[in-house]
Design a protein. Sequence first.
Lengths: 179, 369
Amino acid sequence: MKTCPRKLLSVFAALTLFGAVAACSGPTEVTSLDNLVTPEDERKTRAGSVFGEDGFTIGGRKRLSPGETTGIGVNSFLWRASLDTILFMPVTSADPFGGVIITDWYTPADTPENERFKLNVYILGRALRADGVKVSVFRQVQDPSGTWRDSSVPDETAIKIEDAILMKARQLRYETVEQ
Amino acid sequence: MMRKLLLGTTAIVGASILATGQALAAEPPELKVSGYIRFEAWFAGQDEEQQTGTPEDNLNASRGYHFRIDDAEIRFNANGVADNGLEYGGKVELDLDGASTIADEIVISLGGAWGTIFLGQEDGAEDLVKVAGFSVLSGQGGWDGDLDSTVNFNSDLNAPDSTGWDSGDATKITYFTPSFAGFRAGVSWTPDTGQELSKIIDDGGSDFENHIGVGVEHKGNFQDLGWHVSGRFGYAEPEDSTEPVDEAWGYSIGARVNYMGWSLAGAWNDNGDSGVATGADGDAGQWWDVALRYSTGPYTVAGGYFRGEIDTGPAGDDEVSIVSVGGNYVVAPGLDVYAEYNYVDDDPADSTVEDNTAHVGVVGTRISF
């Protein structure tokens, strides 16, 4: 009968050892009641919460996904990367809440004088993901009478600019994580 | 003496947490309020509408339908992280189920990379890793729900109970390791399984003392395949009472596999001779269950089978079989509706007591916040 606490001690000792080894051997997850969910708890919470993912919480730090900030309405990495990428063009409008950047007409130095470009950049959400940015490229060519006329742009042009923005965003993210 | 030693080790663990550095809040503490409310309509048809046996409360289920709000919960969780990494928190869960004591689970947790200690009223380690067929059931939970409140069971083991070897929410200390590569293990010590939100000492009741519960689990996944397996064990000594009973021991193993919206789960549970009168024939029963679920978007459908048997001695076995099918639909975050049908076959060993067959339907809606 009274051997019970001794058994208990050895179980405690074994588990503490396991815990110590586990703690030293690599990625571990701290145990809390949040990750010990009984079947009954799972049934009760299956539909989530009326208050969204985090439920009704007072205080604490708001949980943000990478690049999500409270200051602007769209992903901050994509926003910064977009501005950096189209830095060489004059910007007429930039709305950080809607995620829209519109440039003015611009003729790059190495293109013919009778050709000009304009860019619209849309950042589509708060998440840093490949389909989170959309670029539209407009091109106009001046005809001999001096009138600017719309001209077609190859699809790859927009995609190349999107890639450049994503590359830059990834770099910014990487630098932030490094810090 | 051993008990002193045990208390000593607990104190050392406690001191080692506190000694690791000055505890200043590294992250702002937070308070989370959550809970749920449900409304259900129950429809039941059964052979034995009036109670004839002894196991359950006297039940008169002659009308065959009723509405109910039998359970609602409010939970307060307060958590913080000290700058030495100590994660500390407390939970108070108020269970509004008509019982006079509304506080259900009250626990303090202290955790870190070395493991986590839970102090208070909470399921034991043997319960917190539970996996069984009913893990994947929908609706109000089939045989893990409230069938015994409506069906006249004459057999004792009519739900997935682990009588005696499961310490329930009795006041205890639990240690859990952190999860390492999906593995986690825990142990609980409950001095008195009858001690729940009480300061009145009763060491001579019909419950158990020095309960030890052990739970081990592994959670993992490979591509679309996920799994959760667990083993649970409990042991306790009976308190001194006028009618001596056997010591409580039992174990359970359970597994769950998830693949592309499908979940299959099952468990086997043996209650040993827990609490059976000393010298008497018979045992405390065994049960097993299996269930399958399919979820797509807001829809979930599930069904399964439960079987419980108790050897009552010379008279033979009490046998209960339950088939449950049901479905959930999540209307909006925090709001779901569900429907469930249960077929119950209750076959008690006592030949003077009628068998009971029941059909039980439940339609409900639940708000969780």
